[in-house]
Design a protein around this ligand. Structure first.
Ligand SMILES: [Zn+2]
Length: 242
């Protein structure tokens, strides 16, 4: 079944496999942290929240300006009404036709004033609605800022931690690999590349822990008489009896 020999205990290869699996996982995590995808997402959320808040404040300013303008129009129309009414009652105009025309003018101004007051009411409702949305938008931006600060500090800390673990495991891997037959290491490396990073697996109660399939009794018998490298009959991974 193979002519390779394990230089020391076969379990060394399982130890190497465990280290390689850990190294793969840590490497993936380090790449994630360096790429900082989560942080990029959080920054996008903040950008959107701040843009939303900015638009809200612009709309609020515009509505407030419009409200002030309408209020000043209402004031000036009211002053006109007061002035016309004063002329009606101060005796300065005696001609009935002229009095009637002033009365008509006052009614005209009052109806214009009433329309503007309706618009003013709409603007005030609009402003109230916009003001009501500000606290929510501000809270959203604050939450996004806090999330970024948290991610920045935890990412930096985790990156240091993961990098240190990775260095330790790589050192341990070198030591473990030095005790294994170089040709067996090549086979193991080839299998790892072909089989999702797992080249060696334990054989537990006749089940390959690489593919989790049961080996046939006939195949198991042949293995027991073979003092070379054991391979799974299903996935061809290197098997180590435990
Ligand atoms: Zn298998």
């Amino acid at each position: 079944m193979g002519s390779y020999r394990l230089v020391s205990a076969p379990l060394k290869l399982l130890e190497l496999q465990a280290l390689d699996t850990t190294i793969d996982r840590l490497g993936t995590r380090r790449n994630q942290l360096e790429g900082a995808a989560e942080l990029a997402d959080a920054r996008l959320v903040l950008d959107r929240a701040e843009a939303g808040l900015g638009e809200l404040k612009l709309a609020l300013d515009a509505t407030t300006r419009e409200q002030r303008r309408l209020e000043s129009d209402v004031d000036s129309l009211q002053r006109k009404v007061d002035a016309e009414r004063a002329r009606l009652y101060d005796g300065s105009v005696a001609n009935p036709k002229e009095l009637q025309s002033i009365e008509h003018e006052v009614q005209g101004i009052l109806s214009r004033k009433s329309r503007i007051e309706d618009q003013l009411l709409e603007r005030m409702e609009e402003r109230e609605e916009l003001e009501g949305r500000v606290p929510g938008a501000e809270a959203e931006a604050t939450a996004a800022r806090e999330r970024i600060a948290l991610l920045e500090s935890t990412t930096a800390r985790e990156l240091v931690d993961v990098s240190r673990q990775l260095e330790d495991r790589v050192r341990e891997r070198e030591a473990a690999a030095a005790e294994i037959d170089p040709e067996l290491l090549v086979l193991y490396g080839d299998l790892r590349r072909q089989k999702q990073g797992v080249g060696a697996a334990a054989l537990v109660a006749g089940v390959c822990q690489g593919c989790h399939q049961q080996l046939s009794p006939v195949y198991l018998d042949r293995l027991k008489r073979d003092d070379g490298i054991w391979r799974c009959e299903h996935c061809r991974r290197i098997l180590i009896a435990r």
